[in-house]
Design a protein around this ligand. Structure first.
Ligand code: T1G
Ligand code: NAD
Length: 695
């Protein structure tokens, strides 16, 4: 980061501009420059007031998160902001765009705050497993009260200009040119001889005796188990009970406890992994018109994302009622997004306008990008891509949303494999942020770059993966699911397996996920899977349920029953007998299985398969696997993803456990990946392997 931060004069007002692209993070050079400026400007008789401003799209997006893995360098932010607040001349913070974390704390340490309409003011530290460590827990409640401080700091969600004014955080809305408006106001303040208004000198707002216990109880159970959220409450409680300096010092101590926690390292690992550079950004082709083939579960979701992000979409179907169902789903979702305030009424109307339906295949002929989401059947997809190859514009990118099929075979059928890529969305496609971008043997750099550019434009995270059965996510899912299926046969109940993995932090247990996605989908895929293990126990329980028509939520029964008054999920005693019968038929002895074994077998199966995927180059880095599993499969973010978690456990310990399972359950599924053996033997981590490869 080439940090530039300097003061310039506008008559008797000095303007200090934070200019540290891309987000004006408060990196060490910026802090050094700010401290020097405060001392120089305070001593400069010609200066009567100081304005703080951010260059580019944001004021300040916070502390420099990259610096948290290095020893802290003076001046530290807490002390620097106390020095800013102590400045003898009025300091006006002129806010716009992202004003987050340390940026929000800088604003609160200033004496007056004005802002432009695009303000995003907040404390997202909790998303990084941290707490506001530079005075936010002391200053914000003095202005906005305890409830607002608690909500803003534990949700991590930013607020806009209206709410910021409503809470008294922002004193003045400048809708003209911000810089000029702030300078004029600063001059006004100086002329009025109003003393610097120091927030930390404001009275501590009253709090109820049980205020902070109530806050702790209000935290979701999962948040209570993490380091940061309870410490945010403790820092707020300290601010209510201790003098300012003691409260600031307590917040700093609690911050350091968080920054050194495994959980915060995991969150920070994902923060940067999710912002991995997209390849060949400048090779991306423009996409103004898209077409989506198939208006089913995925096609309609993909169309919603495209239209809501400004891209015109033609939704193509074969049958009238399928098209109508799809279009209704699209319009209903856009209306719901407007109702929830995710889209303004104008944006929703514009998005609806961008979607049109078609029953004739030729409707794809004008598209810059076609995303195919028809039945998961190779013959059907080959037929479709043969037509696309003939009909589409030269240079149009042809993407398939297949979950498991061979992208090279599909590409070959088009006759123009260079234009074909996989764009594997996750259900519901208008909600899930992940897209696996599959490079075929002949996919061009332009086609791949275009897929990444569109993925970013629709607000999703694109991860590059190689072509192979199930790519990265679904291939690992099969290893994870294999173990849960075997443990079902060995006597573990569906609800026990799901509870164990949810306690581990998975967003949802694998049996409940199966019922949600539809057990018929997986059954269909396994039937067509040439590489299916020749083992009668392999996914036998799911196959049996599908054969019995128990597809899950869509049929009211799967691993669970959904026939309660509100369709809620309940355990189904009948399932235990069904499985016992199958276990007897397969001569699988049933026993009591503990949570530790359930978690161990499922998670280590993930890690071992992940190591194989890295060896084969299907994933480019362990971090990519972590992004896929945390954004596509609900792997707990505070564990950083399967590969980061493996490094946390230690690869030697992981290998030893896998060898232990091999002794009990056989080497068929528990042969350790060679990469794992090598790294464990060298006492290295997956992160070291990645660092050596990226030089
Ligand atoms: N530190 C270092 N790098 C950062 C950064 C930060 N705070 N924020 C963003 N970047 C990098 C990012 O890695 C990417 O790099 C580039 O900037 C653009 O980011 C003491 C402890 C501001 C809303 O949590 O939410 O202050 O990939 O792709 O979509 O109490 O970035 O280009 O090399 O996300 O326009 C609290 C984090 C810090 C805000 C812009 N602050 N940032 O979104 O761009 S902790 C945050 C964001 C703290 C104090 C505490 C977003 C954004 P590259 P981007 P964007
Ligand atoms: P779906 O059955 O809900 O929808 C498929 C639609 O394609 C149907 O409406 C059908 O009428 C239409 N269709 C079939 N042939 C067509 C053709 N020649 N032209 C136009 N439309 C045609 O299926 P889905 O769940 O949306 O899955 C679609 C694809 O997405 C599959 O490849 C699947 O593997 C993949 N996928 C599914 C999920 C999921 O969770 N459902 C997740 C990721 C990827």
């Amino acid at each position: 980061m080439n940090a530039r931060a300097a003061a310039e004069r506008d008559g008797d007002v000095a303007v200090f501009t934070f200019d540290n692209p891309p987000v004006n993070a408060l990196s060490h050079p910026v802090r050094v420059a700010l401290l020097a400026a405060i001392e120089a400007l305070e001593a400069d008789a010609g200066v009567r007031a100081i304005v703080l401003l951010g260059a580019g799209r944001n004021f300040i997006a916070g502390a420099d998160v990259r610096e948290f893995d290095r020893p802290p360098l003076e001046p530290l932010l807490p002390g620097l902001l106390s020095r800013l607040e102590a400045c003898g001349k009025p300091v006006v913070a002129a806010l716009h765009g992202a004003t987050l974390g340390g940026g929000a704390e800088t604003a609160l340490a200033s004496h007056y705050r004005c802002a432009a309409g695009d303000l995003q003011f907040g404390f997202p530290e909790v998303n990084l497993g941290l707490l506001p460590g530079a005075g936010g827990t002391v200053r914000l409640p003095r202005i906005a009260g305890w409830q607002a401080a608690f909500e803003m700091m534990t949700s991590g969600k930013p607020i806009g200009i209206d709410a910021a004014i409503g809470l008294g955080i922002v004193d003045r809305h400048i809708d003209a040119e911000l810089r000029a408006g702030a300078i004029a106001w600063a001059r006004e303040i100086a002329a009025s001889r109003m003393p610097p208004r120091r927030v930390s000198e404001l009275p501590i707002p009253p709090s109820r005796p049980s205020q902070f216990e109530e806050f702790l109880r209000a935290l979701p159970a999962a948040a209570r188990r993490l380091p940061a959220p309870p410490r945010i409450v403790e820092a707020l409680a300290s601010a209510a009970m201790l003098p300012v300096d003691a409260a600031l010092a307590r917040a700093r101590t609690l911050f350091l406890e968080c920054v050194n926690s495994t959980e915060s390292r995991a969150f920070r690992h994902l923060f940067f992994a999710e912002r991995g550079a997209a390849p060949d950004r400048d090779l991306a082709r423009p996409v103004n018109q898209a077409a989506v083939l198939g208006a089913g579960t995925m096609g309609s979701g993909i169309a919603i994302s495209l239209a809501s992000s400004g891209i015109r979409v033609t939704l193509v179907e074969t049958k009238d009622e399928a098209l109508e169902t799809g279009l209704n789903r699209v319009h209903a979702a856009i209306t719901a997004a407007a109702r929830k305030g995710r889209l303004s009424a104008e944006a929703a109307a514009a998005a609806r306008e961008r979607v049109r339906g078609a029953l004739e295949f030729e409707a794809v002929s004008g598209a810059d990008l076609v995303i195919e989401a028809v039945f998961e059947n190779l013959a059907v997809k080959k037929e479709v891509f043969a037509q696309l190859g003939a009909l589409c514009l030269p240079g149009a990118v042809l993407a398939t949303n297949t979950s498991t099929l061979d992208v090279d075979a599909i590409a070959a059928a088009s006759g123009r494999p260079a234009d074909v890529v996989g764009m594997h969305f996750f259900s519901p496609a208008n909600v899930m942020r992940l897209v696996e971008i599959v490079r075929g043997r002949q996919s061009s750099r332009e086609a791949i770059a275009t897929a990444f550019a569109v993925t970013k434009r629709i607000g999703k995270i694109g991860v590059p993966v190689g072509n192979g059965f199930g790519f990265v996510g679904n291939r690992m899912l099969y290893a994870y699911g294999r173990e849960k299926e075997l443990m079902l046969l060995e006597g573990a109940k569906p609800e026990s397996i799901d509870k164990a993995l949810q306690d581990f932090g998975m967003a949802m247990g694998p049996n409940a996920v199966g019922d949600l996605a539809g057990l018929d989908i997986g059954f269909q895929v396994r039937r067509e899977w040439a590489g299916r293990p020749d083992d009668p126990r392999f996914y036998r329980v799911s196959d049996m349920l599908a054969e019995l028509g128990r597809f899950g939520q869509k049929t009211g029964r799967g691993f669970y029953r959904y026939d309660g008054p509100n369709g809620e999920r309940t355990a189904d005693p009948e399932i235990v007998d069904l499985i016992r019968g199958e276990a007897e038929r397969l001569k699988v002895k049933q026993r009591n299985i503990q949570s530790a074994e359930i978690i161990g077998r499922c998670v280590l199966a993930l890690i071992n398969e992940g190591a194989r995927i890295l060896e084969e180059g299907i994933a480019a880095s362990p971090a990519d696997i972590d992004v896929i599993w945390c954004n596509g499969y609900g792997f707990p973010r505070h564990r950083g993803g399967p590969m980061f978690h493996a490094d946390t456990l230690g690869l030697a310990a992981v290998l030893e456990s896998i060898r232990g399972y091999a002794k009990v359950h056989g080497e068929r599924y528990w042969t350790p990946a060679p990469l794992l053996v090598t790294l464990a033997g060298a006492n290295k981590r997956f992160a070291d392997w990645q660092a050596e490869r990226s030089g």
